[in-house]
Design a protein around this ligand. Structure first.
Ligand code: 5GP
Ligand code: MN
Length: 320
């Protein structure tokens, strides 16, 4: 029996769920969680979605995102599902709920995930965890109606770069086609998520381009965004999403990275690779994780240390 079949069976035997998104939530984790909540409720279960951080405003048009809870408002439940979390730490303080639950499941697609929880499905061939939720719903007999499809479609376009990244497979496209068949407006979702940027996001991009450093004949691009940059651009931390991809889009670049100063003074590093270099391997060295082509970590050290160690690792990865 496949793991997804086993998970589908056991989910039916439990009633009260907490669905946990990862910290610094992205479209895949938020939308996969919302889809799971709707699917669980459809088969008569109780479900709440929790996240250690607030849901970024770009998801506000997805109505149910208002119901995502943060830790102080959360009641404990017997069952927890971690969604798109490569390790326990990615749940932030919500890990407490997971550890206290009597039935725990992990649904994820990160290569650095060694598996945790009573049952786990880590499918690294899935472009998004949303793909795994789709397959799980098929096993569970959940009717993927247009409300659920909207969320799964958003989860998939978020992590596949709107079907442009190398993680997009024929299966990704087939699932997306099936979701569109429910009557959802794909163009509306692409536009709301990726062509509705506040001007502050463009201003922070401009600052990131200003701070750009190129190494190794332009094969490596690194930039730094400080809290001062964010303030001066009138931007929020979420507005820094997508900058690593933008740098990878430079014709000479194989490896790109953005060092983002957090409000607490730590630095969050986002890395992307084009055709060569495994950025998940670098992330792992610093206690983070992710995928071969997209990974990250957070480091509470001075900026010069962060920049030097990062560029050393990127240069080494280029030579591998
Ligand atoms: P981003 O750079 O967009 O924040 O993240 C890229 C990918 O790496 C995502 O799949 C994300 O889940 C993963 N990732 C980012 N930061 C971390 C981290 O600190 N730990 C782990 N395990 N994964 C991370
Ligand atoms: Mn994901």
């Amino acid at each position: 029996m496949s793991m997804i079949t086993r998970i589908a069976e056991l989910i039916r035997e439990h009633d009260d769920y907490t669905v946990i998104a990862h910290i610094a939530p992205d479209g895949d984790t938020i939308c996969s969680c919302m889809a799971l909540k709707l699917g669980l409720e459809q088969i008569g279960k109780k479900a709440q979605v929790v996240c250690d951080n607030r849901v970024p405003p770009m998801f506000a048009f997805l109505e149910e995102s208002y119901f995502v809870k943060t830790m102080p408002d959360v009641k404990r439940t017997e069952s927890c599902i971690a969604v798109d979390c490569a390790d326990r730490l990615r749940m932030g303080t919500c890990a407490k709920l997971f550890d206290a639950a009597s039935f725990t499941v992990c649904l994820d697609h990160h290569g650095t995930n060694i598996g945790f929880g009573d049952l786990f499905c880590v499918d690294t061939t899935a472009a998004a965890t949303g793909e795994i939720v789709y397959l799980l719903f098929k096993e569970m007999g959940v009717d993927i109606d247009s409300d659920i499809a909207r969320y799964l479609y958003c989860a998939i376009i978020a992590d596949s770069g709107q079907f442009a990244y190398s993680n997009t497979t024929p299966r990704t496209m087939r699932i997306a086609a099936d979701l569109l068949e429910t009557g959802i407006d794909g163009n509306e979702l692409h536009t709301k998520l990726y062509s509705s940027d506040p001007v502050s996001k463009l201003r922070i991009k401009a600052r990131a381009i200003n701070n750009l450093q190129l190494f190794a004949d332009g094969k490596i691009a690194v930039t730094v965004i400080t809290q001062r940059d964010i303030l001066a651009a009138g931007a929020s931390n979420e507005d820094t999403e997508g900058i690593a991809e933008m740098l990878r889009g430079i014709d000479t670049v194989e490896l790109s990275a953005v060092i983002k100063e957090q409000r607490d003074g730590a630095f969050k590093v986002s890395m992307r690779s084009q055709n060569i270099g495994n950025v998940a391997a670098i992330a792992r060295k610093f206690g983070g994780g992710g995928h071969e082509r997209a990974a990250g970590y957070t480091i509470a050290r001075p900026l010069t240390y962060c920049l030097n160690t990062l560029t050393d690792e990127l240069l080494r990865e280029l030579d591998v």
